[in-house]
Design a binder for this molecule. Structure first.
Ligand code: NAD
Length: 357
């Protein structure tokens, strides 16, 4: 029997509701593959501020480091909104990403056939299908570069710096090409190489790395054109590879195309198999604890955890197939409900998926 240690951080708000459902699914899938998962529940975010006076207690980070993977719910809420920036719940996310060295953020955006009507795009566009993966560099670029204030021409001015070194670009490019090899073998590298020097180095380096993946088709798009192409014809994309700031914006645009924030998972990875997995949505304080949250994004995050950190791709496919069957049978939480469907709460949605495993 294989055994893994999983750090579980439900966090705040609906993070707690959805993680409860995901853990049940994980246990059942693990048992099917003769695998034992040892869960350690940890605090981060607002609940950690309440309990320990800090959004990311040392114990949480240290326990995560000793684990094979981390499953995270969501953090934050109005109770902590008035705290100064560096003491807010969201600080825990940056602390976890940085502290665990997670430099690659993978966000799949897929439109399920039965949920096409949830997309804000026209039927004629969406019926071609959307199944793409945004691979975003997560710990470099302008979000981490030198910044400051200074006086220029007698006026108060501010600056932020976009900087990448060749190794940082190489390692994220490898993640994108390896992901493409498991998908439709196409990488679109997004930059602003007509203007930015950092983008020119990005493009040169991506071309170099691509030589190691002759089966993968590579093309380059400027970020402004990519923003347009995503709404004009998202079916053209397989893997989108991009830097921290462009990835931040494009991955939100891509998720909007699917029409449901409650369906989208993400993973943050590094060279080894370790990773942190979480839904892309926040803690949704407006529906927390009310049995209204869609747990599918978190259950899909668990599927990614099986695939990327535990090397159990088949288990991941089982979870995804179970979710598709539940959707095909007409069950919907409030966020994806349309007339004629069967409305269910968080717990029932979790139980339905569990029954399909
Ligand atoms: P949000 O994603 O929490 O909610 C946006 C809207 O989507 C709300 O109406 C919410 O009810 C709905 N929604 C979100 N997830 C849902 C789900 N699974 N099922 C059904 N409906 C869902 O974003 P927000 O309202 O901007 O932020 C709320 C709090 O979450 C804030 O404190 C914010 O800082 C935090 N936040 C945390 C993360 C994270 O932990 N990774 C990400 C984004 C926001």
């Amino acid at each position: 029997m294989k055994e893994f240690k999983i750090a579980v951080i439900p966090g705040d708000g609906i993070g707690v509701d959805i993680t409860e459902q995901a853990l049940k699914v994980m246990e059942k899938v693990a048992a099917k593959y003769d695998t034992k998962l040892n869960f350690t529940e940890l605090k981060a975010g607002g609940c950690a501020i309440d309990a320990f006076g800090t959004p990311l207690p040392t114990e949480t980070l240290e326990e995560c480091k000793k684990s094979d993977a981390v499953l995270l719910g969501a953090v934050g809420g109005p109770k902590w909104d008035t705290l100064p920036g560096d003491q807010r719940p969201e600080k825990a996310l940056l602390g976890l990403r940085g502290g665990l060295g997670l430099y690659a953020n993978l966000r799949p955006a897929k439109v399920y056939d039965v949920l096409k009507s949830a997309s804000p795009l026209k039927d004629s566009i969406i019926e071609k299908g959307v199944d793409l993966l945004v691979v975003r560099e997560l710990v470099g670029g302008i979000y981490f570069g030198e910044r400051g204030r200074r006086t220029v021409d007698g006026l108060n001015a501010a600056y932020d710096t976009e900087q990448y070194n060749v190794e940082e670009i190489k390692r994220i490019a490898h993640v994108a090409f390896k992901s493409a090899m498991k998908r439709n073998k196409k990488v679109t590298s997004v930059d602003k190489a007509n203007i930015l020097e950092a983008s020119r180095l990005w493009r040169e380096t991506v071309i170099e790395v691509s030589k190691e993946y002759p089966e993968v088709e590579l093309n380059h798009l400027y970020v402004d054109n990519t923003a347009m192409q995503l709404v004009k014809d998202p079916s053209q994309f397989d893997v989108i590879l991009t830097n921290n700031i462009f990835g931040d914006i494009l991955s939100d645009e891509a998720s909007m195309i699917t029409g449901s924030i409650g369906m989208l998972a993400s993973s943050s990875l590094r060279e080894d198999s370790f990773g942190m997995y979480e839904p892309i949505h926040g803690s949704a304080p407006d529906i927390a604890g009310m049995d209204l949250a869609n747990p599918l994004a978190q259950i899909l995050s668990a599927a990614m955890l099986f695939e990327y950190s535990l090397g159990m791709a088949e288990a991941a496919r089982d979870i995804e197939a179970a979710i598709e069957r539940v959707l095909n049978n007409g069950y919907r939480t409030g966020d994806i409900y349309t007339e004629g469907m069967k409305k269910v709460g968080t717990k029932e949605m979790g139980a339905l998926v569990l029954a399909e495993i």
